[in-house]
Design a protein around this ligand. Structure first.
Ligand SMILES: Nc1ncnc2c1ncn2[C@@H]1O[C@H](COP(=O)(O)OP(=O)(O)OP(=O)(O)O)[C@@H](O)[C@H]1O
Ligand SMILES: [Mg+2]
Length: 370
């Protein structure tokens, strides 16, 4: 059982720390890899950590694992402060992006190494046998091979097996699938999900792939610049993003966002078009960003439709849909239509926005309005 809590955790790195200590002190540029992170991972849940490159995901995982010391704040496991608990006593299993298998050891030695290290060598055969059954068909064929002779996908399976053989209370995954090709990634993702569900072990799953984050995480935390922007289920994040960053980060393709202001008719005006409505509570002159997802725009004439020119068309085969990249004047707007929709590049189409699906954000702070 593991219930994890991070309280105001900060971690800073120094960019180009001078080689001679004190040499150019004060001029060092500080990177806040983690900037006051508060996060709770409930017992038995898998939390996906999603965010762009460099936002602090790996740092977060390393701090939870005890491989990095935070500069501020606390990491609590079941309410206990982990400050003085070394990684090996935290009952964690980690799978790194590059798998970090010992190259000179056969897979079964890789899996058993932890037990050898802890004078529990007699457990190894049973552990290897058990984990090999869990990992499924064909895994036993990998046991007597060394990592350099294995494919990326096979190494990944060995790394996961090594992690679960230790029976950890907490799984930590750092983009474990990113080296696999698209097909294998989906397959392995399913395998991993089954394993996670079977063990009901608490887990942290770091990725910058939204599909993976949704598929594996019970809840998601979206990070940006060392901060957690929002935590919630996929539905929470997708339909009620707390700010512009989350709104624009989630969704493939992402939400359309338009900058504008509240006009003297109580509506909203952008650079190239206007809307008759605005959220109550806003005043004339307020600068507001309006957002709408591509699937919430219909191609049809209406009292409020605006003309858009099709710029580019992209098929979305799996969804039996097409994505139209359009321009309303100079404003770009992506629209999702059914695969049979007869659009050509250069066509002018009337776009009707579903007004109840609009999102409003403060231009200055990016915060959601209402
Ligand atoms: N050892 C280090 N020294 C200096 N800066 C570092 C160090 N490790 C990480 N950083 C910086 O801290 C920030 C967060 O890095 P981190 O590796 O946690 O990002 P990430 O979200 O895992 O990114 P990616 O998706 O590319 O793996 C980045 O700006 C990175 O350049
Ligand atoms: Mg990383």
């Amino acid at each position: 059982m593991a219930h994890i809590r991070l309280v105001s955790v900060s971690k800073k790195y120094y960019k180009n720390r001078p080689l001679i200590p004190g040499a150019s002190e004060g001029e060092e540029e500080v990177i806040m890899a983690l900037d006051g992170v508060n996060l709770e991972i409930r017992d038995g849940e898998t939390m996906s950590i999603l965010g762009p490159s460099g936002c602090g995901k790996t740092t977060l995982l390393r701090v939870v694992a005890g491989l990095e010391k935070p500069d501020g704040g606390y990491v609590l496991f079941n309410g206990e402060d982990m400050e003085n608990v070394p990684p090996r006593d935290r009952h964690i299993g980690i799978v790194f992006q590059n798998y970090a298998l010992y190259p000179h050891m056969e897979s079964q030695q890789n899996i058993g190494f932890f037990f050898k290290l802890h004078d529990r060598e007699d457990e190894i055969p049973e552990r290897v046998h058990a984990v090999s059954k869990i990992m499924g068909i064909g895994f036993d064929k990998l046991l007597d091979r060394r990592p350099p002779t294995l494919s990326g996908g096979e190494q990944q399976r060995v790394a996961v097996a090594r992690c679960i053989a230790r029976d950890p209370s907490l799984f930590l995954f750092d983009e474990p699938l990113s080296n696999l090709d698209a097909k294998l990634r989906v397959q392995t993702r399913g395998e991993l999900k089954r394993i996670l569900a079977r063990y009901a072990t608490t887990g942290l799953y770091v990725t910058h792939d939204q599909y993976e984050a949704f598929a594996l995480g019970d809840r998601l935390a979206v990070m940006n610049l060392g901060r957690v922007e929002q935590v919630g289920t996929y539905t929470d994040l997708y339909y009620k993003p707390v700010n512009l960053f989350v709104a624009e980060f989630l969704g493939v393709p992402p939400m359309n966002t338009f900058r504008g202001y509240v006009n003297d008719r109580g509506g909203w005006s952008g650079d190239d078009f206007q809307w008759p409505i605005i959220r109550p509570g806003l005043e004339e002159g307020d600068r507001v960003v309006v957002g709408i997802r591509p699937e919430h725009i219909r191609v049809e004439e209406s009292a409020h439709s605006v003309p858009a020119v099709v710029d580019l068309i992209e098929p979305l085969f799996a969804e039996r849909a097409k994505l139209l990249y359009t321009k309303i004047g100079l404003t770009r707007c992506n629209v999702r239509v059914g695969e049979a929709f007869p659009a050509k590049v250069g066509d002018t189409l009337p776009l009707t926005f579903q007004l109840d699906e609009l999102h409003f954000f403060d231009t200055r702070t990016g915060a959601r309005l209402g």
